[in-house]
Ligand binder design. Structure first.
Ligand code: UD1
Length: 389
């Protein structure tokens, strides 16, 4: 009897396969998994494509953020764009057929995001895209292609900012599939900030004496357009050297950038401290205490806006314009003189003030789950999923 009841119950659950592939996906999926696990009506399954596989780019994030161990790891590893995307497509298809989810939920804009979405829709499975509608209008960015294609396929388009709604409407996506829900990455930031403040990274990097932090900057660089050419990378690090002459600059180096640096043999200022990639809590601690952040990442533009920390984005465009119109971000480009001048202003206390965008309040995952429960996929893949009313 109990067994029968349980079976009936499990058949009524909305089975959702959640996808992670690369590092930036992890702070986005963490609050969604937490929220789904609070709802007995949902059966959340986690699949890791293995696009990122290192301890420092993947495992440490699972541990620190309490993300459950994935039910499946596709172990696709690194490769060219075509090879990596194709490998995810091939390897995820049998998992989708075997697990028969009602919905596949993807986040962000990495190769795993588009690959899994494509495999799912071809099997008639609904797709939800979290962080939909962001556009840099720069098709030389691999992520821009992934964003456009994923949004063309997804049935649920969860957006972080108003501009994204307009982009999706212009691309012909139906208004009723678009939901402004806030920012799941900021859910993680708010949830983990108190814990991150206890990190010992300040002492380890000699940025802190007793309770007092000294002024410092944080740098991240990994976009192919900035790091794949030795000349470009040397030019950018030349500008950073001038900033490092004023304050220590902490630079956790992404493996892609590390490979280029090793090949190029570029020498840097002693106050530019190159360190291996660090975990989420240490990084969040550094971001929250920094005087200035310089980055070409998408997510860090949002995190600095949420923290009210000045950010210089070393790119010619951004898919996250709200961090500029409302937040602390400035799109500064890659001209060394502009970077040095803008950093100088911030260090002189003339940073751009900002405010936190609407709905970046730590509750985006709750809103997403609420939408999914109130509007379950129409063409339910598993006919028995929801009770007939
Ligand atoms: C990927 C995403 C990018 C995201 C970034 C965050 C795409 C198209 N790009 O770029 O959007 O901002 O992740 O990190 O999906 N490597 C390791 N260990 C790993 C993974 C990779 O050492 O765990 C090395 C490999 O040599 C690989 C290189 O890093 O060739 C680049 O990794 P890859 O996943 O191809 O792209 P990312 O630059 O990380």
């Amino acid at each position: 009897m109990v067994c029968h009841e349980f079976e009936k119950f499990t058949h009524m659950r909305l089975r959702i396969i959640n996808i992670v592939g690369a590092r930036p996906n992890l702070p986005k999926i963490a609050p969604l998994m937490r929220e789904m696990q609070r709802h007995p009506e949902i059966e959340p399954i986690l699949v890791h494509t293995g696009q990122h596989y290192d301890e420092a780019l993947s495992d440490i994030f699972f541990r620190q953020m309490g993300i459950p161990t994935p039910h499946v790891n596709l172990e696709v590893g690194s490769g060219s764009h075509a090879a990596q995307t194709a490998e995810v497509l091939k390897r995820v298809e049998p998992v989708l057929i075997d697990r028969q989810p009602d919905l596949v939920l993807v986040v962000g804009d990495v190769n795993s995001t588009i690959a899994v979405s494509l495999a799912a829709v071809k099997l008639g499975i609904s797709v939800a895209h979290v962080e939909a509608g962001l556009r840099s209008f720069d098709r030389s960015m691999p992520e821009e292609i992934n964003r456009i294609l994923t949004d063309a396929l997804a049935d649920y388009l969860f957006v972080t900012e108003e501009d994204a709604i307009q982009h999706l409407l212009k691309e012909g996506r139906p208004r009723e599939s678009i939901y402004l829900v806030g920012n799941v990455m900021i859910d993680s930031l708010r949830h983990f900030l108190p814990l991150a403040q206890k990190s010992a990274i300040g002492e380890q990097l000699a940025l802190k004496n007793d309770a007092a932090w000294q002024r410092f900057a944080v740098l991240t660089l990994h976009r192919p357009s900035n790091v794949d050419s030795t000349e470009k990378l040397a030019e950018l690090l030349g500008a950073i050297d001038s900033i490092a002459a004023q304050v220590p600059v902490i630079f956790p180096v992404h493996p892609r950038t590390q490979q280029r640096l090793a090949q190029a043999g570029i020498k840097t200022h002693p106050q530019l401290k190159l360190i291996p990639p660090i975990g989420y809590l240490d990084f969040l601690c550094l971001l929250s205490k920094a005087t200035l952040v310089l980055t070409d990442s998408g997510g860090i533009q949002e995190e600095t806006t949420a923290l009210g920390v000045p950010c210089l984005t070393l790119r010619e465009n951004t898919e996250r314009p709200i961090t500029i119109s409302e937040g602390t971000n400035q799109l500064i480009g890659t001209d060394p003189a502009r970077i040095v001048a803008a950093a100088h202003d911030i260090l002189a206390g003339k940073g751009k003030p900002g405010r936190i965008p609407p709905l970046w309040d730590g509750h985006a995952a709750e809103r997403i789950v609420d939408v999914l429960l109130k509007n379950p996929p129409l063409g339910l893949h598993r006919k028995s999923t929801l009770p007939v009313t």
